[in-house]
Design a protein around this ligand. Structure first.
Ligand SMILES: Cc1cc2nc3c(=O)[nH]c(=O)nc-3n(C[C@H](O)[C@H](O)[C@H](O)COP(=O)(O)OP(=O)(O)OC[C@H]3O[C@@H](n4cnc5c(N)ncnc54)[C@H](O)[C@@H]3O)c2cc1C
Length: 440
């Protein structure tokens, strides 16, 4: 059966599909994949733009392994099944009195899929979701269970917390938690110039700070959130109108017009900037982070060192003006604390994450290529789940722990059962070597 990802830019037909309901089944499927030489990929919610989940072999879903397994209230930690969607996780943790420290801007990914690509939210004192992982249970390419914990094998944890499914199948994840909390979020419209002059102070002052800059304008929509001791406010009618009608239905209709009459695109961006509404929310954290995304698009996102952020934004502005790129989706700027995870885009450096989007069906190549050139000039590292054009040579030069990760990957997966053609391109493995090592 043919499968596609959320954006529809990746489709594949696996030889077999397995829905997992027990750990025994994971072990059996890995043995089968090795025996039959079928590349095995776990699919979470299929929300990656990069073809990480595509396989001609076995497509495995952990949708039968969901929910909270156990909470340790003293340590503020909890074990959860890898297949749990983030929305369900937020609700279950909330019912038990807990929450995650930070989340991205949607909540439909599986927790293991989100962690495996370094999915992040925003806040310079907060790391990506992967940094909230303190332990995991992973089944390697020999079908053996490996128990990983920060106190027991910290290096292995730093490799496994962002591993693109290449070290094994993650069945359980142990997360750092917080007692449940209320977030107050204000969304305002401001000029890009004043945001850029003050962004360092904003990063210090705000728990969560991000902005969406509308290309072909000087306007940005800013979101600032902090923890509140006050009670939740039920969303106003205006808020619901903004979230559903403006951010989805109107954007969808305007995007359709841009695809039909491309020269109008800059005007549509200017219209969106003028129409974008200010808003205020106060609710339990897991409900404030998440937004609805009905309009389909393609996305590229790079992490650049925070020190380079002003120059990168300046170069993007110049490039859009010079080349008249036909884009109306805002450019999203977020901030993440440095970490020690080997393949994390924020490895060793506080980072600004800059994301560019293109409405589905509109040409994206020239725009993304131009943006990627700028990101790479500033030693940017791509988000693993989003589009990029880097191969092993370039990736090796921007990840100091690249070789260690490759050594470990070969130990954990000696038959290369977790490698597909797309993964081989990332890791620089050639087909012949892989087939000849598959001797089991
Ligand atoms: C509309 C939209 C909004 C997004 N917003 C954000 C955002 O705010 N912040 C951000 O950082 N990213 C964001 N992303 C990117 C997204 O979070 C990542 O691509 C994420 O990996 C998707 O999770 P998933 O469950 O769909 O994983 P998939 O795309 O299905 O898989 C991703 C990777 O994880 C591996 N994997 C999945 N489950 C397991 C497992 N159990 N064991 C081992 N490996 C596994 C897969 O093999 C694959 O390599 C967004 C994407 C979309 C489409």
């Amino acid at each position: 059966m043919n499968k596609t990802n959320w954006a529809g830019n990746v489709s594949f037909t696996p030889a077999a599909t397995e829905t997992i309901e027990s750990e025994k089944q994971v072990e059996a499927v890995i043995h089968r994949a090795v025996r039959e030489k079928l590349p095995l990929r776990v699919i979470g919610s299929g929300h990656s733009f990069y073809p990480l989940v595509a396989t001609p072999g076995i497509s495995m879903s952990l949708s039968g392994l969901q929910g909270v397994v156990a909470i340790d209230p003293g340590r503020l930690e909890g074990w959860v099944w890898g297949g749990t969607p983030i929305r369900a996780l937020g609700t279950q943790l909330h019912d038990l009195g807990y929450a995650m420290e930070n989340l991205g801007d949607i909540d439909v990914q599986s927790i293991a899929g989100a962690v495996s690509t370094g999915t992040h939210g925003t806040g310079i004192d907060l790391g990506s979701l992967s940094t909230q992982v303190v332990g995991m249970e992973l089944w390697n390419g020999l079908g053996q269970k490996v128990e990983i914990h920060e106190k027991k094998n910290a290096d292995l944890l730093d490799a496994a917390r962002v591993s693109l499914g290449a070290l094994g199948v993650i069945t359980k994840i142990q997360l750092k938690l917080k007692p449940k909390y209320i977030l107050e979020m204000r969304q305002t419209k401001e000029s890009l110039g004043s945001l850029m002059s003050n962004f360092r102070r904003e990063l210090q002052d705000e728990r969560n700070f991000e902005f969406f800059w509308f290309p072909h304008t000087e306007t940005a929509l800013v979101k600032r959130s902090h923890i509140s001791q006050e009670s939740p406010l039920s969303p106003s009618l205006g808020q619901k109108f903004n979230d559903i009608v403006l951010e989805n239905m109107a954007l969808g209709a305007l995007s359709g017009i841009c695809r039909w009459i491309p020269p109008i695109t800059p005007k549509v961006s200017q219209f969106c900037a003028a129409a974008a509404g200010e808003s205020h929310r106060r609710d339990w954290s897991h409900r404030v982070f998440a937004t609805e995304r009905w309009v389909k698009f393609l996305e590229m996102e790079y992490a650049v060192p925070i020190e380079s952020f002003p120059e990168v934004v300046q170069e993007i502005q110049t490039e859009i003006k010079k080349s008249h790129h036909r884009v109306h989706f805002p450019i999203e700027c977020r901030f993440v604390k440095r970490d020690s995870i080997w393949l994390s885009p924020a490895y060793g450096r506080d980072s600004a994450l800059i994301a560019v989007h293109m409405y589905q069906g509109m040409p994206h190549r020239a725009y993304f290529d131009a943006m990627e050139k700028i990101f790479r000039k500033y030693e940017g590292r791509p988000h693993w789940g989003k589009l990029h054009s880097l191969g092993a040579g370039e990736l090796r030069s921007i990840y100091p722990k690249w070789e260690e990760f490759q050594r470990l990957r070969k130990e954990m997966d000696p038959h290369s059962v977790f490698l597909t053609p797309d993964l081989r391109q990332i890791f620089g493995e050639n087909q012949e070597t892989m087939l000849s090592t598959r001797s089991a």
